[in-house]
Design a protein around this ligand. Structure first.
Ligand SMILES: CO[C@H]1CCN(Cc2c(C)cc(C)c3[nH]ccc23)[C@H](CO)C1
Length: 305
């Protein structure tokens, strides 16, 4: 039998891990400089998909610990996308370049999949064909892209920590955002150069390449924004209670969370106040890094189409 990807407990009293059993917290221990925190998504029994910018070239696998469900696991290897080069545009006065900002962490041992640890569905795998209730093997990767990333505004979600106002413990909250795929894509991407580090950028396409999906802003509705700590987390499309990862959270124009503590889990506010209309978030599209994913995950039984 195959492990069903992208399934979660939906009942209210389920715990955070059961509601988001693919969400991984990543800590990178750096001697003397505390830990960097990022998020990731479990994509098979042994691999976590995250952002390459969470790591520096000196980081080694044994400095990284990941938390899946309630378990801390050790990492055997870290592999960033070969075309990720954060310093590529430094000579143009552009300090950080996030193109191909994806990485895979291989666990030292396979995780036992259960209600608190389960893989999310990756597009262009047989698991996503099943999750979309489409016929296998007739359904193609193109069919997945057409169904998931229809032209226009596409509703998606990401998961971020929140503060439980009764127990003041850490909870998790799903935030709904809209991917701008149509004529709104242009104006979404144009706001990228409002990031302070990008004042030397003359042409948006220098920093927003074809790999990116764009969310955030106030049109057609106000979107919540990501925080630095959300880096590497999955951008998810929910289809009939199955969860499919279409992006990896890479970077945002405005750090709205630095000044404010994590939102209350119980509050019905959908977004941080005072998020300016140019507060956009950029995610690496899974569809744009498939050849690399197929190669790196070829032995994971994911049945790429
Ligand atoms: C080029 O400079 C810009 C890019 C990175 N931004 C930091 C950042 C990272 C790294 C990752 C995620 C997910 C973020 N979500 C919101 C901000 C933010 C800075 C400061 O906002 C501006």
């Amino acid at each position: 039998a195959f492990s069903m990807c992208g399934l979660a407990k939906e009942y209210e009293s389920a715990d955070n891990e059961e509601k988001n059993p693919w969400l991984v917290s990543i800590s990178i221990l750096r001697s003397g400089r505390g830990t960097e925190a990022c998020k990731g998504a479990l994509v098979s029994e042994k691999y976590i998909l995250t952002a390459a910018h969470c790591f520096t070239i000196d980081d080694r696998a044994d400095q990284i610990t990941v938390k899946i469900g309630k378990k801390n696991m050790e990492v055997a290897s870290l592999k960033s996308h070969p075309q990720y080069t954060v310093g590529k545009l430094r000579n143009l006065g552009i300090p950080e370049f996030y193109d191909y900002d994806v990485a895979l962490l291989e666990l030292k041992e396979k995780i036992t999949l259960n209600s608190q640890a389960r893989a999310i569905c990756l597009p262009c795998t047989a698991g996503t064909t099943r999750a979309l209730r489409r016929p296998h093997p007739q359904t193609t990767c193109r069919d997945h892209e057409e169904e998931l990333m229809a032209v226009g505004i596409v509703k998606a979600l990401f998961v971020t920590p929140c503060r439980d106002k009764y127990t003041s413990t850490r909870g998790l909250r799903r935030r709904t955002v809209r991917i701008k795929n149509n004529d709104k894509k242009q104006s979404c991407e144009a706001d990228a150069i409002k990031a302070k580090q990008y004042e030397n950028v003359t042409d948006v396409s220098q920093v927003v390449t074809e790999r990116f999906l764009c969310t955030g802003g106030t049109e057609p509705e106000v979107d919540p924004n990501t925080c630095k700590g959300d880096s590497g987390g999955p951008l998810i499309i929910a289809k009939r209670m199955r969860y499919i990862q279409v992006g990896v959270i890479s970077w945002g124009v405005v750090e709205v969370c630095k000044s404010t503590p994590p939102m209350e889990c119980q509050s019905d506010k959908e977004f941080q106040e005072h998020a300016p209309s140019h507060a956009r978030d950029f995610h690496i599209s899974i569809f744009k890094v498939l050849p690399w994913l197929r190669e790196e995950l070829r032995d994971e039984g994911l049945d790429f189409l």
